[in-house]
Write a protein that binds this ligand. Structure first.
Ligand SMILES: Nc1ncnc2c1ncn2[C@@H]1O[C@H](COP(=O)(O)OP(=O)(O)O)[C@@H](O)[C@H]1O
Length: 287
C-alpha cells in the first residue's frame, strides 16, 4: 500500500480526527519528505517530469465544464493516471456492493457522498495504482470540500490546481447533452452551444461532439444529468466546492483557465497556459 493511499485512508477513515491525521502524517514523514522534494524540484515551472513522477495535479470546475475531457487528455499526454472520483462512485454503484447501495439515492439527487466513502474509494484506487507502479496523478472531482482538501494537504503536496471556468449558460446545456457509448465507453455531447459575446467579447461556439454511427444506438445518459439534478449539482458546487478554489488560491497553487470554446479551440490554449508543448504542432512542424 502506498504511503499516500495509507495516509489518506488513515486521515479520512471512519471517525478520523485531526489528532489521528497528525499521527498518520508523522508516520509517513520520510515518504512525504520525498514527495515534497520532488514537488520542490519543479516549483520553478510547469515542466512535467519525463516519467510522470512530478505531476500531482488537481482539476476543479463546475459540473459540465469539461474536467474529465481535459484531465483525460493531459493524463494521456503526460503518462500519469487520471483519477476521477465521479467514475469511482459510478463504478461502486454498478458493482452492486451492498455497502454502496445507498449511494445511488445521494448521487442521483445531485448531493455529495460522505468524505469517508470518497476517501475509501480513492485510497483503494491509489493502492491498485501503486501495485501497477503508477507515478503521479491528475485528480478530477477531488477534493470537493474543504475537509477533503485538508486531508489531501496532510498526506501529499499538490503542486498545481487547474480551475476550469465556463460561462454558466453553457454548463447546464453541456451536462444535459452528455452521452456515453455503453459499448466502447466513448464520451459524446449532442448539445450545440452558441452564445452571444459578453461586454463586446467574442461569441462562444461549442459544436456538438457527435458519436460515430456504430455508437448511435448504444448511447446512455447519466442518471444525474437531468435538468433538475444538474441545477442542484451546480448549487452544491457553488456552496461546497467553490471554497476549495479559495483554499488553493490562498496557497498560490490555482491556475484559472477560462475555456474559450470547444475542444479544438481550448486544448491548445490550455497547453500553452501550462507551458506544455502542443504535440499536434510538434508533429506538423516535423512533417
Ligand atoms: N470528492 C467527492 N466528494 C463527494 N462526492 C463526490 C466526489 N466526487 C464525486 N462525488 C459524487 O459523484 C457525483 C458525480 O461526480 P462527477 O462525475 O465528478 O460529476 P460532476 O460532473 O458534477 O463534476 C457527484 O455529484 C457526487 O455525488
Amino acid at each position: 500500500m502506498s504511503a499516500m493511499s495509507r495516509a489518506i485512508r488513515a486521515f479520512g477513515g471512519g471517525a478520523a480526527s485531526r489528532r489521528n491525521l497528525s499521527v498518520a502524517a508523522s508516520k509517513e514523514a520520510p515518504a512525504l519528505a520525498a514527495a515534497a522534494a520532488v514537488v520542490a524540484g519543479r516549483r520553478g515551472g510547469r515542466d512535467p517530469g519525463e516519467d510522470g513522477s512530478r505531476v500531482q495535479w488537481v482539476f476543479l470546475g463546475c459540473p459540465g465544464v469539461g474536467k474529465g475531457t481535459y484531465a483525460g487528455r493531459l493524463s494521456r499526454l503526460l503518462g500519469v493516471p487520471h483519477i476521477a472520483t465521479g467514475d469511482l462512485v459510478r463504478d461502486a454503484l454498478a458493482s452492486q456492493d451492498p455497502l454502496y447501495k445507498q449511494l445511488a439515492e445521494i448521487v442521483n439527487h445531485g448531493k455529495l457522498v460522505s468524505d469517508e466513502i470518497i476517501i475509501n474509494l480513492l485510497s483503494k484506487r491509489l493502492e491498485e495504482g501503486e501495485e501497477k507502479g503508477e507515478l503521479g496523478f491528475i485528480l478530477d472531482g477531488f477534493p470537493r470540500t474543504i475537509r477533503q482538501a485538508e486531508i489531501l494537504e496532510g498526506v501529499t503536496d499538490i503542486d498545481l490546481v487547474i480551475n476550469l471556468k465556463l460561462r454558466e449558460e453553457a454548463l447546464l446545456a453541456k451536462c444535459i447533452g452528455r452521452r456515453k457509448c455503453s459499448q466502447c465507453g466513448g464520451n459524446f455531447n449532442v448539445a450545440s452551444i452558441d452564445i452571444e459575446g459578453q461586454n463586446g467579447g467574442p461569441r462562444m461556439y461549442m459544436p456538438p461532439l457527435l458519436p460515430p454511427p456504430e455508437c448511435e444506438s448504444k448511447l446512455i445518459t447519466r442518471a444525474d444529468d437531468t435538468e433538475e439534478v444538474v441545477k442542484e449539482r451546480l448549487r452544491v458546487y457553488h456552496d461546497l466546492c467553490e471554497p476549495v478554489e479559495d483554499f488553493y488560491r490562498a496557497r498560490g497553487k490555482l491556475l484559472e483557465f477560462n475555456l474559450p470554446g470547444g475542444i479544438p479551440e481550448s486544448w491548445p490554449k490550455l497547453l500553452q497556459a501550462l507551458n506544455i508543448e502542443d504535440p499536434d504542432n510538434k508533429r506538423s512542424a516535423a512533417a
